[in-house]
Ligand binder design. Structure first.
Ligand code: ADP
Ligand code: ZN
Length: 515
């Protein structure tokens, strides 16, 4: 264990900070105890210090696996400027440059070594020549095909623990739902990792969802009282980014398109103009944002529905990093859902992607506090409505849904969390069908307890109960509905549940246009 005084002086001397942020201290202690650790902290939360500070004090070298080769040089330059000896290894370097680094390592002159997962072949050499005190795995969600940014090269990282069992691992990420977290630990062979999960609540971001019709007109109106405020508009396609940028430019806004199809030089220039406030608006695909550090982004608009809540949360999280109030606006359209469904079906793990899309859709159709829904998706339950989302500001009409909630939750309890939404509704409504009889569910005490509520209404109410955090969906287990800890309050403590009246809003195909 390292003493408090030494930690604080290292923090001050090398990073210039007076105190630790929430969780940093506890994580660093755990690293010094030699444990494996999983750190889930939002972007900007201060993950780097959790391995960079121990790296300075540990006797050997700290290996950092990072997927962003393009950013490695910046990170290493930053560390070096702070007096922390660091280097990176990748395949673009000359053999001479690599040899130079290897000899610095053997002289124990390097504290942090950044390596891309594709370049793991170097690691054995490093282990052979120096002593490795810690392995840090940045953007650890990339190892899981359940995450939203799977990178095949990451799957090799599982061998590290087998091969070097006594070297502690710290895995870090800003985005991972519960199941992805489990998968990360499983794949990295660190089942006993200490989990450190920071709050994801970004109170300064207002949340708003609107139907996606006449989007360009809506954006123009949105921009009227945001003159000169930096913002990002995320689109699904490259074509849309260009169309939107040129429309906004023709209306007198300073907007540029950004996507992976542009040349490297163009992308750098566009990023810099945005960061230096020379250009107000970026119309971008999700290619934009990773590693961009701009604190005064005042708003983020989603022109199209993102494919999952992880991506959405990460993208809106680029607004308001300075802590000042910032706005987010999401356009929801049926056309986008259809398109995203097609993408999901064509992807390697269609079932998971479709379930994630379903949660995204539920969020955009929510009738209860959106922040509660978002945070509960990441496993964080907040007791109160946020007051800073469109639903809180303009709530739908509610009724006392306690009895309905009790019926639903006790049915899920009796089904032992083994059934998905449609069977739960069938049991609640007393459906006489083969699947029900096959499983003997007609014997369950709550069978047919609420047949007076239509199938569609039940679907809505169950979605509301999911969004309120009483029920969760086991995505990776056939979308079974299961109770959360909060459900107990309703079942046993008579907690009141407010449900919103179901509005019979038919979204017909084609009635909502995508510009
Ligand atoms: P992440 O990797 O989680 O996105 P970083 O490690 O890049 O976040 O940290 C985000 C910002 O917060 C950086 O500018 C960093 O220097 C700053 N920071 C980190 N820890 C502290 C601290 N204890 N006190 C003040 N600023 C900090
Ligand atoms: Zn709210």
């Amino acid at each position: 264990m390292v003493e408090e005084k030494q930690l604080l002086s290292t923090l001050k001397d090398y990073f210039g900070y007076e105190s630790f942020r929430p969780l940093q201290r506890q994580i660093i202690d755990s690293v010094f105890e030699g444990k494996d650790n999983l750190v889930i902290m939002p972007t900007g939360g201060g993950k780097s210090i959790c391995f960079q500070l121990p790296a300075i004090l540990l006797p050997g070298i700290t290996l950092v696996i990072s997927p962003l080769i393009a950013l490695m040089k910046d990170q290493v330059d930053g560390l070096t400027a702070n007096g922390i000896p660091a280097a990176f290894l990748n395949s673009s370097q000359s053999e001479k440059a690599q040899q130079e680094i290897f000899s610095r390592i053997s002289r124990n002159e390097i504290k942090l070594l950044y390596v891309a997962p594709e370049s793991l072949q170097y690691i054995d050499v490093v282990f052979g020549s120096g002593n490795i005190s810690l392995i840090a795995i940045d953007e650890a969600h990339c190892i899981s095909s359940w995450g939203h940014d799977f990178r095949p090269a990451y799957t090799q990282l599982g061998y590290l623990k087998n091969r070097y069992p006594s070297t502690p691992i710290i895995a870090l990420t800003a985005t991972a739902d519960k199941a992805t977290r489990k998968d990360i630990c499983h794949q990295l062979n660190i089942p006993k990792a200490q989990k450190h999960i920071a709050s994801f609540d970004r109170k300064n971001l207002s949340l708003e969802v609107r139907p996606g019709n006449k989007k360009i007109e809506q954006i123009e109106a949105f921009l009227q009282n945001r003159k000169n405020e930096s913002g990002i508009i995320y689109c699904l396609s490259r074509k849309n980014t260009e169309m939107l940028a040129s429309k906004l430019t023709s209306k007198g806004f300073a907007a540029e398109a950004y996507h992976a199809g542009l040349s490297h030089d163009d992308r750098i220039r566009i990023q810099e103009d945005f960061i230096n406030d020379k250009n107000q608006i970026i119309c971008a695909t999700i290619a934009f944002g990773m590693g961009i550090d701009k604190s005064n982004v005042r708003w983020v608009v989603h022109f199209n529905l993102p494919k999952n809540l992880e991506g959405y949360y990460q993208e809106i999280g680029r607004a308001g990093r300075d802590g000042l109030p910032s706005s987010t606006l999401l356009f929801h359209s049926y056309a986008d859902v259809v398109q995203l469904q097609k993408f999901a079906e064509g992807s390697g793990n269609a079932e998971v992607q479709l379930a994630k899309l379903e949660r995204m859709k539920q969020y955009s159709e929510a009738l209860s506090c959106r922040r509660k829904i978002l945070l509960s998706y990441f496993g964080e339950l907040i007791p109160k409505d946020c007051g800073n989302c469109d639903v809180c500001k303009n709530p739908p009409e509610f009724f006392d849904g306690t009895i309905l909630a009790q019926k639903a939750l006790s049915t899920i309890f009796r089904l032992k969390g083994q059934e998905s939404i449609s069977m739960v509704i069938d049991v609640l409504r007393g459906a006489q069908n083969a699947q029900v009889f096959e499983k003997g569910y007609q014997e369950i005490k709550t069978f047919g307890i609420a047949g007076d509520v239509s199938w569609r209404d039940w679907q809505q109410y169950l979605i509301q109960l999911i969004n309120l955090g009483y029920i969760e969906i086991a995505f990776h287990d056939q979308n079974k509905l299961q109770l959360t800890n909060l459900a107990k309050n309703v079942l046993f403590e008579k907690e009141q549940v407010k449900l919103a009246h179901v509005i019979q809003k038919e979204i017909k195909k084609g009635s909502v246009v995508s510009e």
